[in-house]
Design a protein around this ligand. Structure first.
Ligand code: GSH
Length: 207
């Protein structure tokens, strides 16, 4: 049985959502953020990084949402949720999946940690350009399609949805109706709704 170490208000929604889409049984251990909104130190007993999400599957302990998604799709996907290695869509799938925690997230994290005026000018300019570039590439990719790869939901959509949701929550998305519609479609899926019911909201309520 898979155990998902779920940190409240976090990326671990991705994993709950994917497992709900798969219909794969899992147990959830809920970890609550501390007063500084960090993951509790005890999470480091599960994995040295001590972050959400982390999963256990038998003897395996896996952190990093992208790696967890690749592992779950390959192990439990039954040919769904991602093209097989060597398939024509496979390179695009890998690209979007990894983009979700690298190029797409970098500027967002910089702005999140920097606050409104906290970043030096050149860093703020870099972050804003990086966000704009990432969101523009996503918008171009999704202009005429419902999913990033192929004709059905894949792990890449699961990975990217959190990025868009974070950008929306921080007011960093700008006018991007294609991405808003994509996010609305994904978050209306019954499996996503179940993930939120079980794990609670992904984003902290805005103050
Ligand atoms: N690249 C990692 C990021 C993991 C991460 O930073 N998770 C956040 C939650 S969204 C976390 O655990 N934050 C609490 C902390 O760093 O103390 C992934 O995709 O899993």
């Amino acid at each position: 049985m898979i155990t998902v170490h779920h940190l409240t208000y976090s990326r671990s929604t991705r994993i709950l959502w994917l497992l709900e889409e798969m219909g794969e049984p899992y147990e959830m251990v809920t970890w609550h953020r501390d007063a500084k909104m960090r993951a509790p130190h005890e999470m480091r007993k599960v994995h040295p990084l001590g972050k959400g999400p982390t999963i256990e599957d038998g003897e395996r302990v896996i952190a990093e949402s992208g790696a967890i998604i690749e592992y779950l799709v390959a192990t439990y996907g039954k040919g769904r949720f991602g093209p097989a290695a060597g398939d024509a869509d496979w390179p695009a799938y890998l690209e979007w999946l990894h983009f979700g925690e690298s190029s797409a997230m970098l500027g967002i994290i910089m702005r999140m940690l920097g606050g409104r005026d906290g970043l030096p000018k050149h860093a703020r300019a870099y972050a804003d350009e990086s966000i704009d570039l990432a969101m523009s590439s996503l918008e171009t990719a999704l202009e005429r399609r419902d999913f990033l790869v192929g004709n059905a939901l894949t792990g890449a959509d699961v990975q990217i949805q959190y990025v868009i949701e974070t950008a929306i929550a921080l007011g960093l998305l700008g006018e991007r109706p294609v991405l808003i519609a994509y996010n609305d479609r994904l978050t209306a899926r019954p499996a996503y709704v179940r993930a939120i019911e079980k794990g609670g909201p992904t984003m902290l309520p805005r103050r």
